[in-house]
Unconditional design. Structure first.
Length: 476
């Protein structure tokens, strides 16, 4: 391969090109090139101040080049460059199950699954039919009469969630669920402080960010909500030390997603429950990513049989169809609504299309045994990743996870970046975890087949092999 045009200022280079350029022409002493070159690629982004293009944007004539041009001109130029840098440079056309077809006619296997959203698979026929029926009958709610779609989903959530969880507040996203949980915990306890975990991710609105655990996303927005502290995830003693008389709630993901797919030690969730009970604080589990079968149990907290006072849901509850968020709480917590039933509300939360999708999604999880399937297929995928780890122990530090929530930790985030580029080049959608770029996550739809697992395993093995070859002789 000839050296790519890294020095051509009009060309947006890809990560794979950088890797080859480094290996073939520029071999540095260390492999810390990823961040440097990503910066270089992004530096070539110049915001278009005035877009004078007049091309046709009707669906039939809106070609790739024009979509990419307009994304850059009207959405987010830097993100557009970043996507192209990694190799995500085409337009999605349709998607079914685990497969996304793009504008070049390629079929991509989605191993990212919308960061855990596509659990029942894209365009599941039962979800689509249920939503279509609701759409044709009543697309949106009057907001003053009772909604059967909403009530039915709330009842179903009460049936499938653990412990005394019985009531649901509906919203539209995971971050909104975090906001609701924070406000309800303050109201219920009369306290103002929160304890959460380092590396955690609960969303990017101000409250959700305040309880999240990565400074890179928080510092630019300081000051955030006061009284929020983070402790190491999985460390019960640290949790005990941080909870005090003004702690309204402890908020934890049962398995950390964006922190790098971190499974806590056995007994951690139970200890968190006891610490909260001893100190009069509420326990909130953020099951936005772990919920509805992702970890091989219906909820991540089921691994320890621990029930929270509130549970946050979003992502998979959408049925990969209509956005939704939810906080499910106990009757004791729900007393807070008695003084003012409108103390917290949202116009679109609990809309009939989202609730129809949510109900249908749970039916699919139940009827197709997706919880058990997540465990079975997860074991197969994880075995394949472990086989690759044995071949390349210097590159892959750890393979971990539960069910189809799998993380592969690499020795260096540059290596993870090049492996992702290799996967994308082999038609596999993948990404690293937001708060830990050394970890590639595998969270495909729970309906992934054996053949698709074999495809992902082969592509992974080949991508690690070619990355290893590319970086031969480079000190990591
Ligand atoms: C555990 C967890 N909580 C909350 C959120 C925020 O959800 P949303 O992006 O819908 O706001 C996410 C998103 O990745 C998440 O993984």
């Amino acid at each position: 391969m000839t050296a790519p045009s890294l020095h051509d200022p009009t060309h947006v280079p890809t990560l794979a090109e950088f890797g080859h350029a480094i290996a073939l022409t520029e071999k540095p002493g260390t492999a810390s090139f990823h961040a440097e070159f990503a910066t270089l690629a992004l530096a070539r982004t110049s915001a278009m101040t005035h877009d004078t293009s007049t091309h046709d944007t009707s669906p039939a004539n809106y070609g790739d080049e024009n979509v990419l041009h307009d994304y850059e001109a009207h959405i987010n130029p830097a993100l557009s460059h970043l996507m192209r840098f990694v190799g995500y440079d085409s337009v999605e056309i349709e998607a079914h199950g685990c497969l996304v077809r793009d504008s070049r006619g390629r079929e991509l296997l989605d191993c990212l699954g919308g960061y855990g959203t596509m659990s029942v698979g894209y365009s599941h026929p039962h979800v689509v039919a249920t939503v279509r029926e609701q759409l044709e009958r009543q697309a949106f709610s009057s907001r003053v009469l009772f909604s059967a779609a909403q009530t039915r989903l709330a009842k179903k959530l009460a049936q499938i969630t653990p412990g005394e969880l019985q009531y649901t507040f509906f919203c539209n996203s995971g971050a909104e669920a975090a906001e609701a949980a924070i406000k309800l915990a303050r109201l219920k306890t009369g306290r103002t402080h929160f304890v959460s975990a380092i590396g955690s991710f609960h969303g990017k609105t101000m409250g959700a960010l305040s309880i999240s655990g990565r400074e890179r996303y928080k510092t630019p927005f300081a000051p955030l909500v006061p009284g929020c502290v983070q402790v190491p995830f999985g460390d019960a003693a640290a949790l005990e030390g941080a909870v005090e008389t003004n702690t309204a709630a402890v908020i934890l993901e049962p398995v950390q997603g964006e922190g790098g797919i971190i499974v806590p030690p056995d007994g951690y969730l139970k200890a968190a429950r006891e610490i909260c009970d001893r100190n009069g604080a509420l326990l909130v589990f953020d099951e936005v990513q772990t919920g509805l079968g992702r970890t091989g149990k219906m909820f991540g907290c089921d691994w320890e049989g621990v029930a929270p006072d509130m549970m946050m849901l979003a992502k998979a509850l959408s049925g990969a169809c209509v956005p939704i968020g939810a906080v499910v709480g106990t009757p004791s917590v729900w007393e807070v609504w008695n003084d003012n039933p409108l103390i917290h509300s949202t116009t679109f939360g609990g809309n009939p299309l989202a609730c129809a999708a949510g109900y249908a999604a749970i039916e699919v999880v139940e009827n197709e045994n997706l919880v058990a399937r997540s465990r079975q297929q997860g074991e197969k995928l994880m075995a394949a990743m472990r086989a690759a780890q044995e071949k390349y122990p210097g590159f892959i530090k750890e393979v971990r996870g539960r069910g189809l929530m799998i993380g592969v930790e690499f020795a260096h985030d540059d290596v993870a970046g090049l492996v992702i580029a290799g996967l994308v080049g082999r038609n596999i959608m993948a990404a690293y975890t937001l708060n830990n770029p050394t970890v590639i996550r595998f969270e495909p739809p729970l309906v992934i087949t054996d053949e698709q697992i074999a495809w992902a395993a082969t592509a992974f093995d080949e991508s690690v092999a070619s990355t290893a070859e590319m970086l031969q002789g480079i000190e990591l």
